[in-house]
Structure formats: C-alpha cells, structure tokens
Design a protein around this ligand. Structure first.
Ligand code: PTJ
Length: 251
C-alpha cells in the first residue's frame, strides 16, 4: 500500500482507496468497482465524510429489520469484501444472518476468492458458491442466487447494489436494505431502507447498534421500523449535501 500520512485531512478516504486497489490486485474487487468507489467518494465529499443523523436513523431501522427477520441475508460483492469483510461477517453473526457472495460482474474465480476472505473472517453460513436459482426478471449472471440464501430471504442487506437487482428483489417481496452514498440512484429510491453513508462507516455503526438493540423486544423493534421513512431519509441526505454546497459558496 502507498504510505498515507496520518495527518492528511482526508486520511480515511485515501486509505479506503488503497483498500480497493489492493482488492483489485488480490482478484477480489472488479476494475469497475474502482469507478463505483469514485462516484461514491464524490457524494461522500458532499456529506462531509461523516455519518449524518438521518443515516444513523436508517442504520438503526435496518438493524431492527434484520433482528426481526425470519431469514436475513447479508450480500457481499467485490467492493464490500475489500472494504468491510470482517465487519460484515460480525454483523451477520450479531443478527443471525447468512452471508451470500453475490456479484454483478460474476466470475467463479472472484466468487471463490471472496468466499475465502469471508471464511478467513469467521463466516460459517456462507452461500453463493453454488447458486441454484435465478432472480426473476434479471438477465445475465447477476440473476444467480442460492435457494437457502438470498432467494428465500425475507430481509436482505445489499451494500452498493445495482438498481435492477434491487428492484427485482423488492418485486420478490423482500425487504431490501442498501448502503449507497448516492441518494439519487435507482437502488436508493427503490430500496425499503437506504443508508446514505460510506460502507466503511455504516457497517461498523450497524454492528455497534446490533449489540445495543439485541435485547429490545419485538414490539420495540417493530416501532423503530414503523417510524422510519425512506423518502424522508433520502430528502435529508440531499439537504445535508446542499448545505455543504451552500456553505462553501458563502465562505
Ligand atoms: O463486485 P461486483 O461485480 O458485484 O460489482 C460491484 C459494483 C459496485 C462495481 C457494482 O455493483 C456496480 O457497478 O455498482 P453501481 O451500479 O456503480 O452502484 C454502486 C453505488 O454504490 C453507486 O451509487 C455509488 O455511489 C455507491 N458507492 C460507491 N462506493 C461506496 C458507495 N456507497 C457506499 N459506500 C461506498 N464506499
């Protein structure tokens, strides 16, 4: 990795880039994943590279939804594996979820490498290496899913998800939680819960919340989910970004 000076004002963002470059070199992340990260970074810059109050609210609703689920599944792609594999495995354990490797630019080699990284992080209930079902309405390899995993899940956490697949999962009557820094994306607008936050902050936040919330009753968790509104959350994210623009125009 390039040596990033710790006192650089955008240290975390630069480290995140390095993690993705390493992901590509290790055969975990796709080249397209670097472009996706670049787009995400632009939105994160506007958010001030921090978790907003509304994003934290979405993270709380998402954890409540996962804790209430019958068969929750956490989906991992090449970017998520490079940026947050151990944290995603720990989150899955905390909410009693399975983990599925699910790729947009699918190659069996990359699936195998991501599965190895997840197993090395302690993942026991892992799907995606031998998908036996197709998500209806999707062409191409991105439709592949496992019958015990995403295909039958009632709640799925899909960070950095493609818009088409998000829509197809919602059409299957699943509750879909996405982590997406772009509040205007099709995934962000279609998902049940959209977390407009960087995955490197969102998953650790959710892990902490899962620890705090696991003692709540079903009624208390249901109340948290009921209170959440996705449209209001997206609107709050856009407001936070506009505020950054306005304040930089004034200074
Ligand atoms: O590993 P694969 O083959 O499954 O491919 C993964 C990518 C991400 C390349 C693929 O799913 C893709 O092309 O995604 P999109 O359609 O570019 O969408 C990615 C979304 O994630 C965009 O809206 C980005 O703004 C957002 N994003 C990028 N980096 C981050 C992010 N959101 C949160 N945290 C990030 N670090």
């Amino acid at each position: 990795m390039t040596d990033i000076p710790r006192d650089h004002p955008r240290y975390q963002s630069l480290v995140t880039r390095e993690m993705l470059v390493k992901g590509v070199r290790d055969g975990i992340t796709s080249m397209q994943g670097l472009i996706a990260q670049g787009r995400g970074e632009a939105f994160d810059y506007l958010l001030g590279e921090k978790t907003t109050v509304s994003a934290l609210g979405a993270e709380k609703a998402a954890v409540a939804m996962l804790l209430l689920a019958r068969n929750p599944v956490v989906s991992v792609n090449g970017n998520a594996a490079a940026l947050a594999a151990p944290e995603m495995v720990r989150l899955a354990k905390a909410v009693n979820a399975g983990v599925e490797v699910n790729l947009f630019h699918r190659t069996e080699e990359r699936v195998g490498k991501i599965a190895a990284v997840l197993r090395a992080s302690g993942c026991e209930r892992l799907y995606g290496e031998h998908p036996d079902r197709l998500i209806p309405g999707l062409s191409h390899d991105r439709a592949k899913a496992s019958s015990e995993g995403i295909f039958t899940a009632d709640v799925v956490l899909v960070p950095l998800e493609d818009g088409d697949r998000c829509e197809a999962l919602v059409k299957m009557d699943k509750k879909v939680i996405v982590v997406d820094l772009n509040p205007l994306s099709r995934s962000a607008r279609t998902a049940t819960v959209t977390i407009v936050d960087n995955i490197v902050r969102a998953i650790p936040n959710m892990l902490k919340l899962a620890g705090e919330m696991k003692s709540l009753s079903r009624a208390e968790l249901e109340a948290i989910v009921k209170e959440f509104g996705n449209e209001a959350t997206l609107s709050a994210a856009l407001d936070a970004m506009m505020e950054t623009v306005q304040s930089s125009k004034q200074s």
